[in-house]
Design a protein around this ligand. Structure first.
Ligand code: HPA
Ligand code: ZN
Length: 326
């Protein structure tokens, strides 16, 4: 079979998607109108033209502005449902969705509104699209640990509707260890733990995500190649990296897709996966990431098979389900 067709058609899991980053400009304007929210851009085209990023922060500023149109339970449902339709078209059979409750509760949106809307979309995706979805609550690392604790407390009435916690937003200057206490509490609660580390930040942040927060996966982690001892640790302990090639390209983590180190990570025996991160902002969903990255880096069918297998191994589904997928 031709490689592009294999990449498109193979069943895969997506483990690094910020659901607020799946909000397409068209839906942003539709929701703005529905909710009477004023935007700083006159229309879809002007907004899309603003998607020229130089680093993570330049993206985050516009990403939080886009999320300001989300007010009602139905808004969160519509956003997640649109993502699940795209996922199904890309043969994603399992997705673990990050969400940023603090972006919404800070604007007066209730935690229940956020979680109920997203969870209802997960239930409908399973029933109507055959896509298995679950939710991971992310703490914003530019805010304080006390605010993370308060957010966890607010979310506890809905504990059965999310499977884990993560750490996202501005990385440099906000190392994982800033959140040691709240992650310890989440661990006691039996939540799965992940954290963004080594996207723009140094290998030291990946080390402390592992050894201080005790995360099970690292989101991004591409800066790990700068530290040979860390590369050995990730491979030996089979710590997955949820890599997002088009995100790294658009946020100038790598100057060209040809320079991306995904192949190097795989060839070092690391459980790397391919993911879309914020597909509405970075120019591509799962299959766009697979196709463009393979075309640019000369990976082959064995890499494709490895990435699909890695995505299921790295997922938080139970072992019985993983056996079925193998
Ligand atoms: N990095 C950090 N925070 C984020 C990202 C990202 O790529 N996307 C959405 N929030
Ligand atoms: Zn991310």
């Amino acid at each position: 079979a031709r490689l592009p067709e294999l990449l498109r058609r193979m069943p895969k899991a997506e483990l690094h998607i910020h659901i607020e980053g799946s909000l397409e400009p068209e839906l942003i304007f539709e929701l703005a109108q529905r909710n009477g929210v004023k935007l700083a851009y006159p229309g879809v085209e002007a907004l899309r033209r603003a998607y020229a990023f130089t680093n993570l922060q330049s993206f985050l500023d516009i990403y939080y502005a886009g999320a300001s149109v989300l007010l009602k339970e139905q808004d969160f449902y519509d956003m997640a449902w649109a993502y699940f339709e795209r996922a199904a078209a890309d043969h994603v059979v399992h997705a673990e969705l990050f969400f940023d409750p603090q972006t919404h509760t800070a604007r007066g949106v209730a935690m229940r509104t956020v979680i109920d809307g997203l969870h209802r979309a997960c239930e409908d995706a399973r029933a109507r699209l055959g896509v298995d979805g679950s939710l991971i609550l992310c703490f914003l690392r530019h805010l304080s640990e006390a605010e993370a604790f308060a957010t966890l407390e607010e979310a506890m009435p809905f504990r059965d509707k999310f499977i884990g916690v993560g750490l996202d937003s501005s990385e440099v200057g906000h190392p994982p260890e800033k959140f040691a206490g709240v992650f310890e509490r989440c661990r006691e609660l039996g939540l799965h733990l992940v954290a963004h580390a080594g996207e723009e930040g140094p290998p030291a942040y990946v080390w402390t995500a592992l050894d201080t927060l005790h995360v099970e996966r690292i989101d991004h982690g591409v800066q790990s190649v700068k530290d040979p001892a860390l590369m050995k640790r990730l491979a030996k302990d089979r710590i997955p990296l949820t890599v997002c090639p088009l995100s790294n390209l658009k946020l100038c983590v790598f100057p060209k897709l040809e320079d991306h180190n995904l192949k190097q990570l795989l060839d070092a025996g690391i459980v790397a996966t391919v993911n879309s991160d914020d597909p509405a902002y970075f120019g591509g969903y799962m299959n766009d990431n697979f196709l463009q990255t393979f075309a640019a880096t000369g990976m082959d069918a064995r890499h494709a098979y490895q990435l699909a297998a890695n995505s299921f191994e790295a997922s938080f589904v139970d072992e019985a389900m993983k056996k079925k997928w193998r």
